[in-house]
Design a protein. Structure first.
Lengths: 112, 465
């Protein structure tokens, strides 16, 4: 059997599966808890015709203990780091930080 | 009860060809080479716990196929053979397989060489060569599995009739709609993920779906569904008390070996006896705890695994003072030994502000809560396990039922020795088909079965229908 069936199904015991992703949308969260649509590189197809932004799972931002309970500072195009709460099943992404960046050629976008 | 008697079987090899693009012609994409005369032995494996069949063939030849055909990994192997059943009807099996490995070449004489050619199904090779990263939304798990088989496993460059097809009624319908983004899985891994989420349409607390292949085709069905099969099933009888004078079934059994009747320690650590599911919602900051089996639960669930219940029903029939699965046995063990902790998916793609979104969410939560019961059902079919070697029997495949009657002549307590407690319907969990050359074109056919005692939906000591 493969790793899906060999999982222990105990949050925290099935490994820490982290990812680098790109924020593609942050405006339409129906729960208004600042969730974003994040394309996790290597997990989600880069071709938006196969996996459109709307089809991406919601990623929940992890807030710092010392900051506001409601505000986050993320923009479309930001690169973020996160992990999947459900490990290899990868349905429940949580993002906990964004990466700094510097200006680069405009045509170097989501695909290198 | 069926009385289909086991007899020695012979197999007629109809076709055994290697298909290779190296020998392609203007009219045929693949050139073919008949290797029937070189075949010494064929092994085929099928199992509930493997998604596709696999196997190997032993060839002896003196023309140097490996070097001169050559065999390099782009070849297919086409196999077709006929088995005559106990009722005299011929059963034909045909399968296209992909050659994956050639090994153990021995030069037995200066002219001859013998070697092993391993093969897998084209679907398996397609799976390891492909990845899925797309959304499956508003469909059942069974629909998702069918879509993956049709779109991702069946390659476009091979005629569809060469692939394995679902055997009716597979894919068996599942309950509830899913909304899942498959994260770059192989197609077979994605299917196994959907099998994990699958719940029976008629009983939403019963999961245990499996996707597997036999020589007949593909199956996507639940463990309980396999046990509930009502078709005629063959009998393997090694019980002299139950033996009719004209019955030669005992003589036809090569070997029977009961591997285990229970495993206490594996049962405890795997959560078979007692487990607990924590199901939590991060946004609502709430959790619920549910015990498995239901006797451990603080809340009463409508159904539980039927394993214990079935043992309960049989207490009056064979060993009232000493039941095989004592009542409340599980309370001896802490459910904390095996815990499952599964989050809700409320921040997933479901829009929980809409009624349909809330329903989708409820369905999804139920699918995840079923993980402990699925775990228990998978363990159940590894409790009472027996190995049986017998002449090849068409119609017996992984997932089918057989009647197995164990011998007992002087029972410890007063019971009917013709139907001992362990005797009865068993689920075939794996099959090893062994075809060994007898004369050119004719093979002796035997099979090695791994079977598990029926304990779901069928009285414990009643042998089939």
């Amino acid at each position: 059997m493969d790793s899906t069936t060999a999982m222990s199904y105990h949050t925290g015991l099935d490994g820490f599966i982290w990812f680098v992703g790109v924020v593609e949308s942050r405006a339409t969260d129906p729960l208004h808890v600042n969730r974003c649509k994040v394309r996790a590189l290597g997990f989600h197809e880069l071709d938006a015709r196969i996996l459109p932004t709307d089809d991406l799972p919601w990623a929940l931002p992890l807030l710092p203990l010392t900051a506001s309970r409601t505000t986050i500072d993320i923009l479309e195009g930001d690169w973020v780091i996160g992990f999947f709460l459900d490990a290899h099943l990868a349905q429940q992404p949580i993002i906990f930080g964004k990466l700094p960046s510097y200006p680069s050629d405009s045509d170097v976008g989501s695909q290198i | 009860m069926s009385d289909v008697v086991m007899r020695q079987r012979q197999v007629q090899l109809v076709s055994c060809h290697i298909l290779t693009q190296n020998r392609a012609s203007e009219t045929n994409k693949y050139g073919t080479l008949d290797v029937s005369s070189a075949v010494q032995r064929i092994d085929l494996y099928e199992s509930l716990f493997q998604n596709t069949i696999s196997g190997n063939v032993v060839l002896t030849e003196n023309v140097g196929l490996i070097e001169l055909l050559p065999m390099v990994g782009i070849e297919y192997f086409y196999l077709q053979f006929i088995v005559t059943g106990a009722d005299g009807a011929d059963q034909t099996y045909a399968r296209l397989l992909r050659i994956t490995k050639v090994h153990d070449q021995t030069f037995i004489r200066h002219a001859d060489r013998t070697y092993v050619v391993e093969f897998a199904t084209p679907e398996f090779v397609s799976s390891v060569s492909t990845r899925i990263s797309r959304r499956f939304k508003n469909m059942t798990c069974a629909d998702a599995v069918k879509e993956i088989v049709d779109k991702d496993l069946h390659r476009k460059d091979v005629p569809k009739q060469m692939f394995s097809q679902f055997v009716s009624p597979s894919p068996v319908p599942t309950w509830g709609k899913i909304d899942v983004v498959i994260p770059n899985y192989t197609p077979l891994r994605a299917i196994n993920y959907f099998a994990m989420l699958s719940l029976e349409d008629k009983d939403q607390y019963s999961g245990g779906y499996l996707f597997f292949e036999t020589l007949e085709g593909l199956y996507f069905t639940s463990i309980a569904g396999m046990y509930a099969a009502t078709n005629k099933i063959p009998t393997i009888r090694v019980n002299p008390v139950a033996q009719a004078p004209s019955d030669d079934s005992q003589d036809a059994i090569f070997r029977i070996h009961q591997e285990q009747t229970f495993d206490l320690l594996a049962g405890i650590t795997s959560g078979f006896y007692a487990a607990r599911v924590f199901h939590f919602d991060l946004l609502a900051q709430k959790f619920r705890c549910r015990g498995v089996p239901a006797s451990l639960a603080s809340e009463v669930d409508p159904t539980d695994s039927l394993y214990t219940d079935t043992f309960e029903k049989t207490k009056q029939s064979h060993s009232t003072p000493y039941p095989l699965f004592p009542r409340y046995f599980e309370r001896e063990f802490s459910p904390n030994v095996r815990q499952f902790m599964v989050p809700t998916n409320s921040w997933s793609t479901a829009n929980t502000e809409t009624e349909s979104g809330k329903t989708a969410l409820d369905n999804e939560q139920l699918m995840h809560k079923s993980v402990a019961i699925r775990n228990r059902q998978l363990r159940e079919i590894q409790q009472i396990e027996t190995l049986v070697e017998l002449p090849g029997q068409p119609g017996v495949h992984a997932g089918s039922l057989i009647n197995l009657e164990y011998p007992m002549t002087e029972p410890l307590i007063e019971i009917d020795p013709a139907h001992t407690p362990h005797s009865g319907a068993h689920l075939v969990t794996s099959v090893h088909h062994i075809l060994v050359i007898k004369t050119p074109g004719e093979f002796d056919y035997r099979m090695s079965l791994r079977v598990a005692k029926s304990s779901l939906n069928r009285p414990f000591n009643v042998a089939g229908t």
